[in-house]
Design a protein around this ligand. Structure first.
Ligand code: V0V
Ligand code: CO
Length: 145
């Protein structure tokens, strides 16, 4: 199968940011940046508590990520590099063909099958080693998105 990737990444869904204190980060984004929180949840599988901050009505978000476990990717990033950008999340309508096309393009996906992300979305990641030093997430929104 050969997938034409043209236009399959439709917009920036979110930029993930590692933070040590979720409440403090939400306050900063609300008070200094005037952004509204539209969603907050725990994701046990990913070891995070996260908050989605809307960037106006653009449809793109900042995803604030605080670790809930010492061995989680966000905890590791905070320990090694401190707070900062964790990943770039692109929205796609249908994640399976996009995963296929990325593999055909030589990208290393972290998961063989999509996992559950924010608000019932379906997600996967491209390893930063195969994407120019950027941890890239692909996001198929859930019904609640
Ligand atoms: C590590 N590296 C990164 C990076 N983390 N590069 C760019 N951005 C990052 N965030 C580089 C690092 O500098 C190393 O390069 C190399 O990758 C291996 O790093 P490491 O410290 O040994 O880290 P690993 O291998 O333990 O973990 C890296 C991966 C891990 C990407 C495998 O972070 C991971 O599994 N991430 C996917 C899951 C995740 O991020 N979940 C939290 C968000 P050098 O030094 O060797 O050159 S959950 C989420 O977004 C949700 C729920 C949602 O959106 O809905
Ligand atoms: Co994310």
């Amino acid at each position: 199968m050969t997938v034409d990737m043209t236009g399959l990444f439709t917009q920036i869904d979110h930029i993930g940011i590692a933070v040590p204190d979720l409440d403090a980060a939400i306050s900063m984004y609300e008070n200094a940046f005037g952004m509204k929180m539209t969603h907050r949840e725990f994701n046990d599988e990913q070891g995070v508590e996260e908050a989605m901050m809307a960037i106006g009505d653009s449809g793109s978000f900042i995803q604030l990520l605080a670790p809930t476990r010492e061995d989680s990717p966000i905890a590791k990033q905070l320990a090694k590099k401190g707070p900062g950008i964790a990943h770039m999340g692109y929205r796609v309508a249908d994640i399976e063909p996009v995963m296929e096309g990325l593999k055909e393009a030589g990208m290393t996906l972290l998961y063989p099958e999509p996992k559950t992300g924010t608000a019932g979305s379906r997600i996967n990641f491209i390893h930063p080693k195969s994407a120019g030093g950027v941890l890239v997430e692909i996001v198929q929104p859930g019904d609640a998105h």
